[in-house]
Design a protein around this ligand. Structure first.
Ligand code: SF4
Ligand code: SF4
Length: 180
């Protein structure tokens, strides 16, 4: 017979002693281990009330930035999609119409911009490729979903809201410092 592991247990017919039969020493020794954990620093924490501090170079979900006047920075050049090794980015360009200058900074903008978070490997190459500082990876995580289609983030999830702006300046400064 082929043995899969070296683990083995020898069964014994030896009669249990009185102390073994009452199980008390075994219970007390188990409780001792449990009690000792009360005095140790817990390995767990109360997520989501508390979160661990991420590394400054952590690359999480993307944001499509607006400029200080609230206009979308992306000019739909497609460089991020070309640079993406996972082919996770899909976009279509449209021309800015008269009267839309307050919405889009450039004459061309992304009418549709999608990132498939199931494909993305968070390499940051889209961020590096972008000539308009429009797409950045942030310290935010991609939340769990039940359906695969919900992992395809469109502009509704990616473009930052002016009421809740995402600060990427630390990340930019850090990157600059590292590059130097
Ligand atoms: S982080 Fe990398 S894999 Fe993800 S969308 Fe950007 S370029 Fe593609
Ligand atoms: S995010 Fe940047 S690289 Fe991508 S299409 Fe927009 S402007 Fe071009």
């Amino acid at each position: 017979m082929q043995r899969l592991t070296n683990k083995s247990k020898i069964a014994s017919n030896k009669e249990m002693s009185f102390m073994e039969r009452i199980y008390l020493p075994a219970i007390l020794s188990g409780m001792k281990i449990t009690l000792s954990h009360f005095f140790k620093k817990p390995a767990t924490f109360a997520y989501p009330e508390k979160t661990r501090e991420f590394s400054p170079i952590y690359r999480g979900r993307h944001v499509l930035k607006r400029d200080d006047e609230g206009r979308e920075r992306c000019t739909a050049c497609g460089l991020c999609a070309v640079a993406c090794p996972a082919e996770a980015i899909t976009l279509t360009a449209a021309e800015r119409k008269a009267g839309e200058e307050h919405l889009y900074r450039e004459e061309k903008y992304a009418e549709k911009y999608e990132i498939n978070m199931l494909r993305c490997i968070f390499c940051g190459m889209c961020e590096d490729a972008c000539p308009k500082e429009a797409v950045f990876l942030t310290d935010r995580i991609v939340l769990p979903e039940h359906k695969r289609k919900d992992f395809i983030y469109g502009k509704d999830k990616l473009v930052e809201s002016m009421n809740n702006r995402i600060d990427v300046s630390k990340r930019q400064i850090k990157k600059y410092t590292i590059d130097k």
